[in-house]
Design a protein around this ligand. Structure first.
Ligand SMILES: *Cc1c(COP(=O)(O)O)cnc(C)c1O
Ligand code: SF4
Length: 440
């Protein structure tokens, strides 16, 4: 039986002369034959690297290793591989060794915000739980590059227990995001166990999984895996398509299985120079995603991790892309463009400006076509004064006693019931002077 494309057929036969379609679509076969050396890349793609370049690729691999599934490799257009978006995401380029002055090993301070092994607790009500530190392929633009490849192991139950204990003992966590590595590197029974454990925690309302499998190894989305996921609803899944070329027949099939199982699907794209930094390309990508029932969720500005300099675009490129989408296409197809704050501040949305000016009772706005318009604000608005006494408020919000609530940041400044009127950095000279005066 023929595999989907001629290139896939050839690659499969080179890996094993007796390879069949059911080998090719077996995710374990794909993993067993993952490619981690340049000679195999050349052999399978029938290309020959320039000797000088091969030396540079090899040098890069000593620091940032390579691993690619035969499936993902098979998407490379060998006619023009150096400009190929799949090649650029999979093969180590010497540019990765350029470390810029502002690059960091852990730009998002994930290690510092980790109260338990595998857990990053940054936001009030949700945690990131790293449940595997391996992936079916190493993306060249990975923000956790520093970790990839140094300890490729799939954790056992004991390794995951400390993270589960933290979640169980932290009642404010209502949303758990399983990440990695790739959580789908765990065997099915382990995934079932882990999801079951999380479901047994009453305060965990939603479970999310972040996985690139639908893109780089769609055969991992087996009927068995889907039937396990389905048992643990509400479960959401975010995947990571960066280029329209990645939406192949195989990946579309994987997405359909997940969507048919009632799993809401989202996508996070990383804005990458030379891969997808183009408004037209991005529009094609998001249209293909929504056709496959995947909602574009985030568009990420590339992080300041070491080895990503060559992938970074100016922020203006992202804003230009969003400008080309809002109003021009379906609202639900437009992702939120975010910068993940270096130092661990979390994701910050950035957008074109739509408010042109503001007077006492008028907002001046512009639309996507450049029309400038006026919205007149009400002059008879009855302010609902909020003293946090929800039981006696006419908005009839019936809360359980447990839902204690603390406002944070700008939200606090806007509130009626908190008297804070400014947020002030703690280490200014002015405040130090105040302290000094106090001591006299
Ligand atoms: C992205 C992220 C989340 C989830 O953020 P959402 O905006 O809710 O998708 C949670 N924790 C950490 C550490 C993250 O980086
Ligand atoms: S629109 Fe322009 S930049 Fe984008 S893919 Fe086409 S030619 Fe390239």
């Amino acid at each position: 039986m023929k595999i989907y494309s001629e290139q896939q057929q050839e690659i499969a036969e080179k890996i094993s002369p007796t390879a069949t379609k059911s080998n090719w679509t077996d995710w374990k076969w794909q993993l067993r034959h993952s490619i981690s050396d340049l000679a195999t890349v050349e052999k399978l793609l029938d290309i020959e690297f320039d000797p000088e370049k091969r030396k540079q690729y090899a040098k890069t691999m000593e620091i940032f290793p390579m691993s690619v599934t035969p499936y993902y490799l098979s998407l490379i257009d060998t006619e023009d591989y150096e400009n190929d978006p799949v090649f650029k995401q999979a093969i180590p380029l010497p540019d990765e060794l350029d470390i810029a002055v502002h690059d960091m090993k852990d730009p998002l301070s994930e290690d510092e915000d980790s109260p338990a092994p595998g857990i990053t607790h940054r936001y009030p009500d949700r945690v990131l739980f790293h449940v595997s530190n391996t992936c079916s392929m190493y993306c060249r633009h990975c923000t956790r590059k520093r970790k990839v490849g140094d300890s490729d192991f799939v954790p056992c139950r004991d390794d995951l227990q400390a993270g589960l204990d933290y979640i169980r003992n932290t009642p404010q966590v209502r949303d758990v995001l399983l990440s990695g590595g790739d959580p789908f590197m765990l065997p099915d029974h382990q995934i079932d166990w882990l999801l079951g454990q999380l479901r047994s925690i009453e305060h965990v309302e939603v479970i999310r999984i972040g996985s690139r499998m639908p893109v780089v190894l769609p055969y991992r989305i087996t009927d068995n895996l889907v039937s396990i996921l389905k048992k643990h609803h509400p479960l959401w899944l975010n995947t990571h398509f960066n280029h329209p070329r990645e939406l192949t027949q195989s990946s579309r099939k994987a997405l359909a299985k997940l969507a048919d199982a009632g799993i809401p699907l989202g996508n996070q794209t990383v804005l990458l120079a030379g891969v997808n930094d183009c408004p037209r390309l991005m529009k094609t990508l998001i249209h293909k995603l929504v056709q496959n029932r995947v909602r574009p969720y985030y568009l990420y500005q590339c992080d300041l991790s070491e080895g990503l300099t060559h992938f970074r675009t100016p922020v203006g490129k992202g804003i230009e892309i969003i400008e080309s989408l809002i109003g021009h296409t379906s609202g639900f197809a437009v992702p939120t463009y975010v910068i993940d704050a270096p130092g661990g501040g979390g994701k910050i949305p950035v957008m074109p400006n739509y408010i042109v000016s503001w007077g006492t009772n008028k907002v001046i706005l512009r639309n996507y076509e450049g029309v400038i318009t006026t919205y007149t604000e009400p002059d008879c608005y009855q302010v609902t004064y909020c003293d946090r006494d929800c039981d006696n408020c006419n908005l009839t919000l019936k809360l359980s006693d447990a839902e204690e609530y603390r406002a944070i940041g700008i939200e606090k400044l806007l509130s009626d019931w908190d008297e804070t009127c400014s947020l002030t950095p703690q280490d200014t000279e002015r405040l130090e002077r105040r302290d000094d005066n106090g001591d006299d």
